[in-house]
Design a binder for this molecule. Structure first.
Ligand SMILES: Nc1nc2c(ncn2[C@@H]2O[C@H](COP(=O)(O)OP(=O)(O)OP(=O)(O)O)[C@@H](O)[C@H]2O)c(=O)[nH]1
Ligand SMILES: [Mg+2]
Length: 369
């Protein structure tokens, strides 16, 4: 009796202990690839989809040793393959989506009532949260959950063979059908949400250095502005197998919302992130002004952006003056500030735990929304 009571107390204790546990980030120790080609993140792609044509029907007449005119025996053609876009949890960008996607045609029919084989549908995996627009810019598909499919081009139906055309008046038809043509269409495929967290900062703030430090991504790092021209994506792994996608976005400058610098295109990327990580270079004076400027640019572009969950990252804490600037920044804002050094690797653990807490709170679960 006493033992079972003791056990249930133990169980309760462990449940309460582990339910409050925040998953720990796993920093990869494996060496990064030495290949020079670094893939950037592809979030929009124009594609042409060509479905397979149907196979042609067959005209044939059966002739047996005891029955010379045994009747028509032409088989039907097989159906052409569809082109299907399917959302998958393990695909993160449109890098692997070809610009021309072609499905196989169906096989032609043959004699002895042999029907042609139907072609396989051509399935292209796309990330969850992909939207598909037709050539007029109208959204025709929204793959918001894993496993959803969009039939982008329908394959042609197979043509009928001559046995199909037998009627009371015509016992030996010499006609059959051609297979129907498969659809040939164009779409713009776009990822609505690119990452869970987006890095926002001035050029040279250390966004790419931070992404390199916390993930296996390899965006270029250099001491001049606008090193990063296209977004890069890195995955942070946690010990409960959850992965959080973090996007390194090109730098913002004053008046970005008026299309200065690299402009509005990159503010659009920020719109597609669930949370924002403002990264400030603490070796420069008046960091709060930079922070206000970044927030202003985002609010001018979309006033709801500043309502998203956010963390302020004080980077380059290894440099002199940084401590002093951090104290000044703390006086100007009540928000949570995490001091780090992306280059040296100081305090990255705390940052990753904070990111995980935000991720869990917003309960994004399986799909990035
Ligand atoms: N001392 C020090 N230098 C850093 C730190 N983080 C980044 N840097 C340096 O800052 C410079 C710019 O870093 P990047 O990561 O390229 O900056 P970025 O924000 O990606 O810049 P853009 O791509 O141009 O927008 C590089 O020379 C880095 O080595 C840091 O924590 N400490
Ligand atoms: Mg960069």
């Amino acid at each position: 009796m006493f033992n079972s009571f003791k056990n249930s107390i133990k169980l309760l204790y462990s449940v309460s202990k582990y339910s409050q546990k925040v998953a720990q980030p796993l920093r990869s120790r494996k060496q990064k690839s030495l290949r020079n080609s670094v893939q950037s993140f592809v979030d929009v792609k124009h594609v042409r989809v060509i479905a397979g044509n149907g196979g042609d029907g067959c005209i044939s007449f059966l002739s047996l040793w005891s029955n010379e005119n045994a009747g028509p025996d032409g088989g039907d053609g097989g159906n052409g393959g569809h082109v299907i876009l399917e959302s998958a949890h393990d695909i993160k960008d449109l890098n692997l989506v070809p610009s021309i996607i072609k499905a196989e045609p169906g096989e032609n029919g043959a004699n002895r009532d042999c029907h042609g084989k139907n072609a396989q549908n051509f399935k292209v995996p796309v990330p969850v949260g992909t939207i598909i627009k037709n050539d007029k810019g109208i959204v025709v598909g929204d793959l918001s959950e894993p496993g959803l499919m969009f039939v982008a081009a329908r394959g042609g139906a197979g043509g009928k063979g001559n046995h199909f055309f037998i009627s009371d008046t015509e016992q030996a038809p010499k006609i059959c059908e051609y297979g129907a043509k498969g659809e040939d269409l164009e779409y713009t495929v776009e990822i609505r949400s690119m990452a869970h967290m987006g890095l926002i900062g001035l050029p040279n703030a250390g966004k790419s250095t931070l992404l390199r430090a916390i993930s296996r991504a390899r965006p270029k790092v250099a001491p001049y502005p606008f090193t990063t021209l296209k977004p890069h994506l890195g995955m942070v792994q946690y010990d409960d197998y959850e992965q959080i996608a973090i996007a390194d976005l090109p730098g913002l400058i004053p008046d970005s919302h008026k299309n200065k610098g690299l402009g509005i295109q990159f503010l659009k990327h920020a719109e597609r992130c669930m949370g924002l990580l403002y990264i400030l270079d603490m070796s420069l004076p008046e960091p709060w002004k930079t922070l206000n400027m970044l927030k202003f640019e985002l609010s001018q572009f979309n006033d709801k952006l500043n309502l998203r969950p956010q963390i302020i990252i004080a980077n380059k804490m290894d440099l002199e003056d940084s401590e002093e600037n951090l104290e000044i920044l703390k006086e100007h804002t009540t928000e949570l500030i995490i001091p780090i050094s992306a280059k040296v690797g100081t305090n990255l653990e705390e940052l990753l735990i904070r990111i995980r807490i935000i991720y869990d709170k917003n309960n994004v679960g399986e799909s990035i929304k």
